[in-house]
Design a protein around this ligand. Sequence first.
Ligand code: ATP
Ligand code: MG
Length: 596
Amino acid sequence: MVTMSEKPPVAPASNFIRNIIERDLEQGTYASRRWAGSPGDAVHQATGGPDPAKIRTRFPPEPNGYLHIGHAKSICLNFGLARDFGGVCHMRFDDTNPEKEEQEYVDSITESVKWLGFDWEAFGTSHLYFASNYFDFMYRAAEYLIESGNAYVDQQSAEEMRINRGTLTEPGKNSPWRDRPMQESLTLFREMRDGKHADGSMVLRAKIDMASPNINLRDPAIYRIKRAHHHNTGDKWCIYPMYTYAHPLEDAYEGVTHSICTLEFEDQRPFYDWVLEKLAEGGLLAHPLPKQYEFARLNLTYVVLSKRKLIELVEKQLVNGWDDPRMPTLVGARRRGYAPEGFRLFAERIGVSKADSWIEYTILEDCMREVLNASAERRIAVLDPVKLVIDNYPEGQSEDCHAPNHPQKPELGHRVVPLSRELWIEREDFMEEPVKGYFRLFPGNMVRLRYGYVVKCTSYEKDAAGHVTVVHCEYLPDTKSGTPGADSVKVKGNIHWVSAAHAYAAEVRLYDRLFKEAHPGQGKHEDGSDRDYLDDINPNSVKTITAQLEPALKDAKPEERFQFERHGYFVADSKDSQPGKPVFNRTVTLRDAWQK
Ligand code: ATP
Ligand code: MG
């Protein structure tokens, strides 16, 4: 594996998949395809005109979990290619496995894809599909494979089948049922469908080559008996297609041209081509057939993306559910304040390759910083407050200061922040005894209160424990920002503040990375035992504080994002905020604190 830390060239960069599509379009590989307006077999599609979509891709999640950042890469790739090449990307739920599929996941997945900025409306129709609607076709295709001598019912036990499959170095052995008469297989397959046989007592297998060097071609199972309730088809079926058989059929049935998947399916490609070719020979599918292309899945440092591990984090309550802002799920990232534009930029920036690699988490964070810097309005927040009293400012008085909402975007206007005698400032903006190069507040020094006056520190108070409780200063009345002559007094420091009488004291969650190691769970402990990814959880991945915020933030709406000046990007939490009482999550700091 290689580690990629430098930024690849800015998008839209070419990549091997784009090259393939460009070549296909040039050569008219898919120009003869017909599309009848909905998925279907060769006869159905022949009733349609030329497909208005130049290419068809698909995003095919199994509705058995929440989408994560890895899926975002696949979504941006598939939907992005369709958009860029005048095609359409199908939103397809791969719901052929009857267990563990729930409406909750279907809803969350469609919402996340839309949130990322994509949709499946094109050429006058919606391209939202459920693979379970193709069960009839899959069944008919299986009967055809039997009839054409390309599949048989095998009654070996699972154990016998495993042994006879052979190994990487040894060929497999033919099943004793492999050459049974076609009619016998057909009868048994129909009985399987009709519920006449027990779960696991027999399977339908493709008849290919038990000696193939590719184990996936050693007569793979294509249908199994499983009495299970399916969320869409109910109890209609007690046999279900295997994923490796179902997937190519789904692609072909939907007229997909470029079927893009992750590298672990590379060894399945010969079977993908084999089964589609057989069905085309039988007239069930039409040429040109879809082609599968593999790319490297996303691995992100400091993150785990495996569904099993994410489930474990939730079930062991190491996080507060799937949408915990520390989770790498898209619902979590959204609550964290990550922006869809940032994910699209990230997908462009990391590109697609054929080699597995680890992407540095900072690349994702930098993408978020970039889009948030451009879009987020600025606000003032004091996260670790200490009192600053302006002793020569009249008690009970206040005045307006004007702060621009965005330094590079005057069109976003400004807002009013009140100034009064008592302010909150950051604890770290005062030092009793300044270190070298410290230009902020210390006795005798002057700083500018950003958008306000220049003040001179006069004294401070401490409690019994030695903590500074109050800092005193005096302001220079002629130095107010934006007034003539404001710059007559030059100072090196510039600090932010909020008026204590007007501040909104809010709950703010300072989120950090969920894992403290770049490659969670990899490597060994000192005693030689394997490490577990749970050993690498960052114990300080969240700190909840009460911060003093400028009054305008009281009106922040859920999911509104801001830059808190000098701190980073924050978002009003979508779950825990009350009207007029928002809670804020830190999305990302202004600068990377993890760089070594
Ligand atoms: P599992 O196979 O464990 O159920 P999965 O993450 O592969 O999990 P799917 O629902 O099958 O889940 O994934 C949908 C699509 O997202 C697939 O096409 C898959 O290749 C792609 N995908 C999943 N994880 C990643 C990743 N880390 N990087 C890029 N693409 C991914
Ligand atoms: Mg998968």
